[in-house]
Design a protein around this ligand. Structure first.
Ligand code: EPZ
Length: 417
């Protein structure tokens, strides 16, 4: 298994381009199943997860060709609405085939995703909503077996869910009648999926209360190109890294509107940020000030940038608190940051970080995509050498992260094992 070797400390200077959003493109890829046709997705990040999703589409009968950062997807021959455990268990987003399978095939056999590094990842919202739309669902041998012609209805989620909102939108576009989703996710990745489905011929809108209204029995079209939105989590990761290591970095191909709260928190902690329409420049000269965060659904502070913020706060000039309200057990990175010298205590889902002046390199281990990113950031700042193992986690969500940091002057190399 590959490792990263980082020689610290590092300052970051220069400019890089941010890739397309992993969490937008994964449902776009499964949406191509809904109507047999040819689709071109541009600005697709080449990641373990997008390659895994391409393999899943091919298992369903699609053809996927990759040209640089464009995916050419042909779903004309899809004929197998089945997603196996050994694939779904490696990537929860595989579950996004459920809605498209029901739209196109009126049946589905999809493995339950199981848990992840930091705990259970239930899918009860997806199942209850499909049952309310008229699907017959059996849970046997760890698989969801669903069938039936879906009917439009009113869906109210107990709490906002990105995945459930996406799956039900994709199920509803071919249902008989109109579906209304209340308490829907507001993430930009969901609006990106909505735009793709409407380009495909669906009729989906948000009403004045942000509920999503989907008219069923869409008249679909194919043979079009679609650009994936920039990855706000990748952008936030590089912004926080610059705030921690100090220096001046310009990020191209970003949507600053998707990063409002992250920008605000970084300015509060002492960074200077200049925003243009699709780029931003962050400059950091001093030790960060302590700033608390509460993770919330969009447009609140994203849970996917919680670990990275913890790395920054580990060297802040005082104490801060991080509360994760989305995943109350997403703290596997604490033990690894402590190996670098961080001073963090955890009580339930509330972490208290007592900032220290310096960190010292050590051997640490990745546990999930965003925890790995926090270790890279802390390793770049720390004195001496940091070795990060199990970096296949980071390869799931970041394209060429070591090359991008090297371009900014960082001493980081991948050791192939
Ligand atoms: C998406 O996961 C993202 N993944 C996650 O990013 C992200 O952390 C998460 O949204 C929250 O923003 C993708 O988009 C591929 P949810 P998802 O359904 O859809 C609970 C990364 O690092 N819930 O919005 O699985 C759930 O337990 C990944 O890129 C239920 O209880 O998240 C959580 O507490 C990690 N029942 C909350 O809702 C359900 O049926 C939000 O989960 C579904 C969710």
């Amino acid at each position: 298994m590959d490792k990263f070797l980082i020689k610290g400390p590092n300052r970051l200077n220069g400019s890089i381009s941010i890739g397309g959003a992993k969490n937008a493109v994964l449902p776009l890829m499964t949406a191509c199943i809904i109507h047999p046709g040819k689709y071109i997705l541009n600005n697709v990040p080449i990641l373990r997860d997008t390659i895994t999703m391409a393999k899943l589409l091919e298992m369903v009968g699609a053809q996927v060709e990759i040209y640089k950062n464009s995916f050419l997807i042909n779903t004309k021959n899809c004929n197998k609405p089945y997603a196996p455990y050994d694939l779904v268990s490696t990537m929860r987003a595989s579950f996004y085939v459920l809605g498209p399978f029901m739209s196109r095939f009126k049946e589905a056999q999809v493995s339950l995703p199981g848990g992840c590094a930091w705990g259970p990842r239930p899918v009860d919202f997806h199942i209850k909503a499909l049952e309310k739309m008229g699907a017959q669902i059996n849970l046997t041998d760890g698989y969801i077996k669903a069938s039936g012609r879906l009917k439009g209805t009113n869906i109210i989620f107990d709490k906002s869910s990105v995945g459930a909102t996406g799956n039900i939108m994709m199920a509803a576009v071919n249902a008989k009648g109109t579906t209304k989703i209340e308490n829907s996710a507001l993430e930009p990745e969901i609006d990106c999926l909505m735009n793709f489905l409407n380009t495909m011929g669906a009729n989906i809108n948000r009403d004045s209360n942000n509920n999503i209204i989907i008219k069923g029995e869409s008249k679909f079209r194919d043979n079009f190109e679609f650009d994936v939105i920039p990855d706000r989590i990748e952008a936030g990761t590089f912004m926080i890294a610059t705030a921690m290591c100090k220096g001046k970095v310009k990020l191209n191909n970003v949507n600053p509107n998707h990063l409002s709260i992250v920008i605000d928190k970084l300015i509060q902690s002492g960074s200077n940020i200049v925003i243009n329409n699709n780029s931003l420049t962050i400059e950091s000269k001093n030790r960060p000030k302590p700033v608390d965060i509460d993770t919330l659904i969009y447009p609140g502070y994203p849970t996917d940038l919680q670990a990275q913020w913890m790395a920054l706060m580990s060297i802040a000039n005082g104490s801060s608190k991080i509360i994760d309200n989305i995943y109350t057990d997403r703290f596997t990175h604490i033990a690894e940051l402590e190996r670098l010298g961080a001073n963090i205590s955890l009580n339930s889902n509330i972490a208290t970080i007592n900032g220290v002046k310096s960190l010292k390199g050590a051997q640490v281990m990745s546990t999930d995509i965003r925890a790995s990113a926090s270790l890279v950031i802390a390793g770049l700042f720390a004195d001496k050498d940091t070795e990060i193992s199990r970096i296949y986690h980071i390869d799931r969500g970041y394209e060429n992260i070591e090359n991008k940091f090297s371009k900014l002057g960082a001493k980081i190399t991948r050791i192939k094992k």
